[in-house]
Design a protein around this ligand. Structure first.
Ligand code: NI
Length: 135
């Protein structure tokens, strides 16, 4: 029997979606307002889902305090109030789309979880646009 526990988190970050090898016009045609050379911000909402068996000793799939602290150290401390393109090494060569941010977050968290636990990351870039990565 598997149960999924989830934790919500939040961070603000600035980004710009562009390819260095494209002109400004090409970037604006592809990425629209998100190509703005002066950057812009999003209020990102993150939901981290961990799936596993209930530990008969504790009744928990995992201790949510541990998950909370893990998200703080691995995600919020890294991304909150940052310019993703300029200040986060993971995006020095990777376009910081919601898709790529979700994959980066997944890869930061996965090594710290119990190997038997499934991980899924849902990232809202706006209230209506969100992506999910499950490995
Ligand atoms: Ni954007």
């Amino acid at each position: 029997m598997k149960v999924t526990v989830s934790r919500k988190a939040h961070f603000n970050a600035a980004h710009r979606l562009f390819r260095k090898d494209w002109t400004d016009d090409q970037n604006e045609a592809m990425f629209g307002k998100c190509a703005n050379p002066y950057y812009h911000g999003h209020n990102y909402e993150l939901i981290v889902h961990v799936t596993g068996s209930i530990d008969p000793n504790t009744g928990y799939v995992m201790d949510m305090k541990v998950l909370k602290d893990l998200i703080k150290v691995e995600v919020e401390d890294l991304l909150d109030h940052k310019n993703l393109n300029e200040q986060v090494a993971d995006f020095s060569e990777l376009i910081p789309t919601a898709e790529n941010i979700a994959v980066v977050i997944y890869n930061k968290l996965k090594p710290h979880l119990n190997k038997e636990h499934g991980l899924s990351v849902t990232l809202y870039e706006t209230p209506r646009n969100f992506v999910t990565f499950s490995g």
